[in-house]
Design a protein around this ligand. Structure first.
Ligand SMILES: Cc1cc2nc3c(=O)[nH]c(=O)nc-3n(C[C@H](O)[C@H](O)[C@H](O)COP(=O)(O)OP(=O)(O)OC[C@H]3O[C@@H](n4cnc5c(N)ncnc54)[C@H](O)[C@@H]3O)c2cc1C
Length: 503
């Protein structure tokens, strides 16, 4: 397990009993950093750094945005930078783990094959040898079958319910597709969003929720509404009533209708993080929490308990909720973040099931959670005896603060049982197959693109940055996606290079 020290892991490990069985299931909570996060929120206390060091650029946060900023700086010939990451491993929401069976993701697990607007993503994948300018290396494209749905007591291929929707429902699906095609054709819905969205004007769809948009457009099919809710939970960790129509439409209209991918790996987007760390990992310092960023003459000072860094320019790639508390004088937009739980289940054998065979992405229709992806799916071996499943649960059905409190109050064994019971709808003998369940609680996993976010003046001010300090996080787009994190990191790096006066 790369994202946790061995000592930390052993102390977190617990032994428990699965429901309905005497079989012991090991596991525990991993990557628990709520304590540090809350200390940042409350303003400390943190030790005063005993020494000072200098760097041209200090990047705070080693998630995809911070590492993308580093990638861009390195490509532009700037090598006097440092990345400060508070956790024991870099990657943020693209962190991964590994055991004797497989590597597996802790959160982000795929990147769609980049469309026309995502030139930077193509550039990265060309650099990493995944794309040769014409073709994608098939080892990195998801293998078939890609997805399946458990509904009416059995698995079916694909996520569109085959049995259940009436003629009227199907007409609404067709009309919805038409409306999406019209929106796609406007060119306003792109990922990264900055390519298609005029930053001086707020899109009208930001003012209402996705659910209100569906009402306005007279889409009342429960099947269609389930699909849209699923999409909003999947990308934003929230129901369609809690995200803007702009974000909801973005999910459908910004992607090509027929996409070959996505690109995926056993460790999810951790594969990309690994490749980036191979290049400049020596400049990434882990267990380094920045607790204050303040101006000092023409420079910025970034304080960690060990070092006071003095930098010509700073890139703050921490989530906005944190970033706005670190930086002296930062504007503070009203942000809601979505709480999530992810779990990695190690299986000693495959459980029984009915219907269409195992896919990469496996969704259960009447579950509050999002289902699971199979970490061993990309293996070329015909017989895979043991496997790891990554289970995703956005706690979208209660208000975010209540869901966060509930999540923190639960014991590991309670949450483990919830996960196994939920998956047991589709795999009744699952508890006899699982040997380990590790759980990660992400109280503030991602920013929620709530209605009105794009018109918040504080949020807009953050996009501009301060004097010689630039924010870089997917939160700045309001869309928690790899492409947005990469775009924000690269943009901040380009601004930093301009400050340094280097070509
Ligand atoms: C459960 C889940 C599943 C997801 N799945 C996908 C997916 O499949 N595909 C996809 O495209 N996106 C997915 N995402 C979205 C994901 O958030 C983005 O793709 C992307 O990884 C975000 O990168 P980031 O750098 O913007 O933010 P983060 O990943 O939040 O990185 C911020 C970093 O800053 C560090 N940090 C914070 N405060 C400090 C401090 N004070 N000092 C030092 N360091 C600090 C954090 O530890 C973290 O490493 C998922 C998100 C979640 C939660």
């Amino acid at each position: 397990m790369t994202s946790l020290s061995r000592r930390g892991f052993l102390s977190a490990a617990l032994i428990g009993l699965a429901p309905k069985s005497g079989r012991t299931i090991a596991g525990g909570f991993v990557n628990e950093s709520q304590g540090l996060g809350h200390r940042l929120r409350d303003g400390g206390p943190f030790a005063t750094p005993p020494r000072t060091r200098r760097a041209a650029v200090v990047i705070v946060g080693g998630g995809v945005a911070g590492l993308s900023a580093a990638w861009r700086l390195a490509r532009r010939g700037v090598d006097d930078f440092v990345v400060l990451e508070m956790e024991s491993a870099a990657g943020g929401n693209a962190r991964w783990g590994e055991n004797a069976v497989s590597a597996y993701p802790w959160a982000a697990h795929y990147v769609p094959v980049p469309g026309r607007a995502a030139g930077l993503v193509k550039e990265l994948f060309t650099d990493l040898g995944v794309f040769d300018g014409v073709q994608w290396d098939e080892r990195h494209l998801v293998h078939a079958p890609r997805e399946r749905l458990f509904i009416h007591g059995r698995w079916q291929e694909g996520l569109d319910p085959a049995v259940g929707p009436t003629r009227r429902d199907r007409d609404q699906f067709a009309r919805f597709d038409e409306r999406i095609a019209q929106h796609r054709a406007t060119g306003r819905f792109t990922i990264p969003m900055a390519v298609g969205t005029d930053h001086r004007a707020t899109p009208a769809e930001d003012a209402l929720s996705m659910a209100a948009w569906l009402d306005r457009e007279r889409f009342d099919s429960p099947w269609l509404r389930w699909m849209v809710d699923y999409a909003c939970r999947d990308d934003y960790g929230a129901l369609s009533g809690d995200v803007s129509a702009w974000a909801g439409l973005m999910y459908f209209a910004a992607r090509d209708a027929e996409e070959a991918g996505p690109l995926t790996w056993p460790e999810g987007n951790g594969w990309i993080v690994r490749r980036l760390l191979e290049r400049f990992g020596a400049r990434v310092q882990t267990n380094q929490i920045a607790y204050r960023i303040e101006p000092r003459g023409r420079r910025w000072r970034v304080l960690t308990p060990e070092v006071a860094w003095e930098a010509e320019t700073v890139i703050v790639a921490a989530p906005l909720l944190v970033a706005t508390r670190l930086v002296d004088g930062a504007p503070r937009p009203r942000l809601t973040s979505s709480p999530w739980l992810t779990a990695n289940l190690t299986l000693d054998r495959w459980p029984h099931e009915a219907g269409f065979g195992m896919a990469w992405d496996n969704v259960i229709f009447d579950s509050p959670a999002l289902g699971y992806v199979v970490a061993t799916h990309q293996q070329l071996r015909v017989q895979v005896r043991r496997t790891v499943w990554t289970y995703y649960w956005a706690l979208a059905h209660q208000p975010a603060p209540a869901a966060r409190r509930w999540l923190l109050d639960q014991s590991w064994s309670t949450l483990r049982d919830r996960v196994i019971v939920d998956l047991g709808r589709a795999h009744p003998d699952l508890h006899d197959c699982v040997s380990r369940v590790d759980i990660m609680r992400l109280g503030h996993a991602m920013v929620r693109p709530s209605p009105g976010l794009l018109s918040d003046p504080s949020w807009r001010a953050l996009q501009a940055g301060h004097d010689r300090l630039f924010y870089a996080h997917s939160d700045l787009s309001g869309l928690p996606l790899f492409e947005e994190a990469q775009y924000r990191g690269v943009l901040a790096a380009d601004r930093a290079v301009a400050v340094l006066g280097r070509s």
